[in-house]
Design a protein around this ligand. Sequence first.
Ligand SMILES: Cc1cc2nc3c(=O)[nH]c(=O)nc-3n(C[C@H](O)[C@H](O)[C@H](O)COP(=O)(O)OP(=O)(O)OC[C@H]3O[C@@H](n4cnc5c(N)ncnc54)[C@H](O)[C@@H]3O)c2cc1C
Length: 381
Amino acid sequence: MNLTDEQKMIQETAFNIGKQELAPRAADVDRKGSYPRDGLKKLAETGFLGITVPKILGGGGSDSLSFVLATEGIARGCASTGLVFVTNGIVARALVAAGSDEQKSRLLPALTAGHRIAAFAATEPVSGSNPFAIATKAVRDRDDFVINGTKNFITSSEEAEVYLVVLRTDQSKSPADLSAIIIEKGTPGFSFGKKEDTMGLRGSSDGELIFQNCRVPRANLLGAENGYLAVMPRFAGLSMLGAAGIALGIAQSAADAAIEHAKTREVAGQPIGQYQGIQYLLAEMAISIAAARELTYSAARQLDGPPPPPPLPLYMAKLYATEMAIEVANKALQVHGGTGYSRELPLERHCRDARGLTLHFTPSEMLKGMLGKMLMGMPPF
Ligand SMILES: Cc1cc2nc3c(=O)[nH]c(=O)nc-3n(C[C@H](O)[C@H](O)[C@H](O)COP(=O)(O)OP(=O)(O)OC[C@H]3O[C@@H](n4cnc5c(N)ncnc54)[C@H](O)[C@@H]3O)c2cc1C
């Protein structure tokens, strides 16, 4: 697929950061479950944290495909950093799409400079796949909302400073009446609970946010009250693309390692790459990655095309790329034999990291259901 000079430059810069800055730290981030602060600092210095924020608001002004290219290069080095990067990018896009002038000028400069990191909080113990079950509630009290509820599995949990929280207000009359509100770290009544001990993406610091009589000004609403589902399509596409970008990064990293191993590992007097079984695996991996990349890049271009962007390509790209990464990481591990199963090599980490992506950003089963309904001309929800 043809890329502009700017897109090529972003692709190359992200690849270099991934390789030189993030990959050497990735095993440590994974083992200790440590938040990738150093990596984020590097991304901020490069201007990546505000990559899609318009230049007039202090960002890079790049398109959605550039966001994917950056994500891919970052995740090729460290998938946990990729997930934090994508989540921050989603909130920045939401602020650009629906934030008030005051919200934009107060929050975007700090987010794009990396002085503050943003988290997106929709999931609750009682509502993951089904946002209509969201129970966190904001009750109006003059010019404030008083918020009670718990969010879980929130990327960047305690490490973030700005949270875009999806909840319902006391004016909510139907399950679809959801609102989004900005809550900042340090607000009285806002605390942190359990940190998830996750299988993969372990540096992304997924954990609980707890709101107990947490008082937030009404002016912190993003968009209109009960208007979350109206603004959501203006930024949710980036989350699908982000997940696909992380998947591409993991898969490419795993496939590269497999090709190198096939050329150098000798068994019974010849490199294993001479065996047809291994050649088949390499070929299958390359085709799967190329197909996922085409779907993802094409969906990114369509997201920036004439509005409204078609959701079908986004669902397809997210679904296909994230399932693909599990398959490719698994095959790459197989090429490595027993050493691939050892924690000395990153293959087992790639398998664990890839596994989280078919759950987050809308699980595969939901996407398949939505796609199936849309193909029959039915509404996806
Ligand atoms: C690494 C990671 C990071 C995350 N970060 C965030 C974050 O930053 N912010 C945030 O808000 N959330 C985050 N999440 C949560 C994530 O969005 C949820 O896990 C996801 O929405 C699924 O919800 P659930 O876990 O409650 O699963 P459930 O809703 O309990 O679903 C369980 C299973 O049932 C299937 N299922 C459910 N409904 C249907 C249906 N109608 N048809 C067919 N199958 C169905 C699902 O596909 C899934 O396989 C993160 C999750 C992970 C793994």
